[in-house]
Design a binder for this molecule. Structure first.
Ligand code: NDP
Ligand code: MG
Length: 399
């Protein structure tokens, strides 16, 4: 597996890699998407070539007027039609659906595509962008979790880079600058523990949507906020790290660090541990991915170690946060099991957000789907999407 990290080798020196500074953003109206545009606005030297969103055409229209992309995609066909009318005065082409998303991913002028859509919908556009020779600033972890065995070799084949946007993976990426990746002993993935850290299952029975949407340190989209509260997010990140850095699952250790100031660490063969620290601000990893290997000034808070005082660490509670244990199991078994883990979680989180299942039902659904699945090794994209469909059907039927 180590060879697969070659496409991703840290480089020392060199110019900003954004060819002519042209970027497309898939999921531009979301938490990562809007922060990416904030970074672009603050720097002023990147041209936005394509923007894609699900249905929020009010915000998308504002973004089009400010950043002037030549292409915009709205998943929802009717909303795309409305947007077309609204921006008829501008030289922007409006497309829709999966075909439109693929077109946005491959927009000719872009050198880098920021994948900030949520969920497995990101797989096909990410692959299409890579096929078209684009570097990927990857926020959409679900793609790597379910199709890492396709994405990483493809990156190598096409000579494109997968630059992590997820803060933990960006931290590891920064710790690896100038290092030999074959000398990684362990990746130490930090986690805040979420709003329910320290609770036991009986104390989680009555958790409501509003409780799960209160993250102590980060402000994010709804799905990832719920995933952080269940620690499924950390499970997804373990699998994401395994693919990005070409390590084995048992070389990754999750460490609870409640204040989220250490964004992750790497232990090397000689026992040295490197950590990347900072205030919790997604704009840092986003900007680092866009300008890598260059660092730019970023306005915002700075760590003040005198007032910070202490940084504490804990072991995760795998019994209470079943989603994390199940993710580790899925990652170790591999094949199509991470697909089922992820699809079941996407389905269950949506059910929970719509108040159709209780909070603890999320992990129950994931476990049920995993236990009923017969694993396919090295699934193709079609097999991945089929496993997703089957998981949804199983959970919908309540069997
Ligand atoms: P949000 O829910 O805030 O945003 C999702 C974005 O995707 C929105 O722009 C949404 O459009 C768009 N979208 C949804 N469905 C489609 C579709 N079918 N076609 C095109 N666009 C679509 O999510 P986040 O920004 O929080 O997360 C995005 C990804 O980044 C996730 O994979 C998450 O795990 C990852 N991530 C997020 C972090 C964060 O801090 N938020 C941190 C690390 C990783 P619309 O607004 O119109 O619905
Ligand atoms: Mg993260």
């Amino acid at each position: 597996m180590r060879e697969q990290s070659v496409a991703y080798e840290a480089e020392t020196g060199g110019d900003c890699h954004v060819p002519c500074g042209k970027v497309s953003i898939l999921g531009s109206t979301g938490s990562i998407g809007t922060q990416t545009l904030e970074v672009i606005r603050n720097n002023g030297d990147i041209q936005v070539t394509a923007l894609a969103a699900g249905s929020n055409i009010e915000l998308l229209e504002k973004q089009i007027r400010e950043f002037k992309p030549s292409l915009a995609c709205v998943w929802d066909v009717e909303k795309a039609r409305q947007l077309k009318v609204a921006v008829a005065d501008l030289p922007v082409k409006v497309v829709s659906g999966m075909e439109g998303l693929l077109e946005a991913a491959c927009e000719k002028k872009a050198g880098i595509v920021v994948t900030a859509v949520v969920g497995m919908i990101g797989i096909r556009p990410t692959i299409a962008a890579m096929e078209a020779g684009k570097d990927i600033a990857l926020a959409n972890k679900e793609t790597l979790v379910t199709a890492g065995h396709i994405i990483m070799p493809l990156a190598e084949e096409k000579g494109v880079r997968i630059l992590p946007v997820d803060s933990e993976h960006s931290a590891i990426f920064q710790c690896l600058n100038g290092e030999n990746r074959h000398q990684i002993h362990k990746l130490l993935l930090t986690a805040s523990g979420g709003p329910f850290r320290g609770r036991k299952p009986e104390e989680l029975k009555d958790v409501q949507v509003e409780d799960a949407l209160k993250h102590p340190n980060w402000s994010m989209g709804k799905k990832i906020t719920v995933d952080s509260s269940t620690m499924v997010n950390k499970g997804l990140e373990v699998m994401e790290a395994r693919w990005l850095f070409g390590v084995e699952m048992d070389q990754i250790q999750v460490v609870i660090q409640p204040k989220s100031v250490i964004h992750s660490m790497v232990e090397f063969e000689d026992g040295a541990v490197m950590a990347q620290m900072g205030t919790p601000d997604m704009k840092l990893p986003i900007q680092y991915a866009l300008y890598y290997p260059e660092r730019r000034f970023l306005p915002g808070g700075r760590l003040d170690f005198w007032s910070l005082g202490q940084i504490s660490f804990e072991k995760p509670d795998f019994d209470t946060f079943r989603g994390l244990a199940l993710a580790c199991e899925a990652g170790k078994r591999g094949g199509s099991l991470p697909v089922v883990f992820n699809a079941a979680n996407e389905y269950a989180v949506n059910e929970f957000l719509n108040r159709r299942i209780p909070y603890l039902g999320i992990a129950e659904m994931i476990e049920k789907a995993m236990r009923s699945h017969r694993v396919t090794e090295n699934p193709t994209v079609d097999q991945i999407l089929e496993a997703e469909r089957e998981t949804y059907e199983l959970l919908k039927s309540g069997r």
